[in-house]
Design a protein around this ligand. Structure first.
Ligand code: 1GP
Length: 252
């Protein structure tokens, strides 16, 4: 399956794509399978897998377990070149275009490209834009880059447009995992007014209401991670998915 096409088709048919980020350091075993099955039956469209830091996990085995539990796409969201697996359906080929750290603009990509080619994984080039979110996030620290200030939507819009002109197929507005505050709506609107490629919004989203606000501002793909690491929240996956799928009428 061509995953980029799947994302475009899902946006077209359902109004948006809902992806759940799974950090292999946070969940595994039977609990992982249960969670994935719960997500699948609640309307999630796919999984992002990865983390800025990966300490304990066996990446390949982890993706294998995800693939055993679901037919939904497993897309790598790589924190480094150690996170590449042929079992995955695609990899977000992220360039941190909000920063000026050559290593994260093109450096690690050079190391990763031959591996991605050899393993025959679909790369989806993504302009990754870090947005200030109230505190220093792991991704900011690890990438050694400054995020775009929240009150500068015009910088985000120009950055996203530049990424699109460079040929990137997705724009990811990232507040950072566990962010205190999510990407502001006026920034999403500014980016959406300039770009024609799909816009992913993630980081610090903890309610279906917030999901809908991001969608109404022009987001096409929503990513949540932390919120569903707490098992007590699993019942809410369906509400989040419904808030993303704005073309599908809600049935009670
Ligand atoms: C992080 O955008 C994702 O890369 C998800 O963030 O864990 O805060 O939902 P959260």
């Amino acid at each position: 399956m061509n995953i980029y096409k799947y994302l475009l088709d899902t946006i077209e048919n359902k109004g948006g794509v809902y992806l759940i980020l799974i950090d292999p350091d946070k969940i595994n075993g039977e609990k992982l399978s249960l969670f994935i099955r719960n997500c699948e039956k609640s309307g999630v469209d796919g999984f992002l897998i990865g983390g800025s830091l990966m300490i304990n996990s066996k990446f390949e085995e982890f993706i294998e377990q995800v693939k055993i539990s679901t037919n939904l796409p497993a897309i790598i969201f790589p924190g480094g070149v150690n996170q590449i697996s042929k079992i995955a359906d695609a990899i977000l080929y992220l360039s941190v275009v909000s920063g000026r750290n050559a290593e994260h603009l093109i450096g690690t990509h050079v190391l990763a490209a031959p591996i991605i080619k050899a393993k025959k994984i679909e790369p989806i080039s993504t302009g990754y834009i870090l947005v200030e979110s109230g505190t220093t996030t792991t991704v900011q620290y690890m990438s050694g880059t400054a995020p775009i200030p929240r009150n500068k939507p015009e910088i985000a819009a120009a950055t996203a447009l530049a990424a699109e002109y460079l040929g990137m197929k997705l724009i990811y507005l990232e507040a950072g995992s566990g962010a205190l505050i999510s990407v502001p709506e006026n920034m999403i609107k500014a980016v959406a007014s300039q770009c024609s490629v799909p816009i992913i919004v993630g980081g610090g989203i903890t309610s279906a209401k917030t999901v809908r606000q991001k969608m109404d501002s022009g987001a096409n793909i929503i990513v949540t991670g932390n919120f569903f690491e707490d098992e007590n929240n699993w019942d809410l996956v369906r509400d989040f998915a419904s808030a993303v799928h704005i073309k599908i009428p809600v049935t009670v």
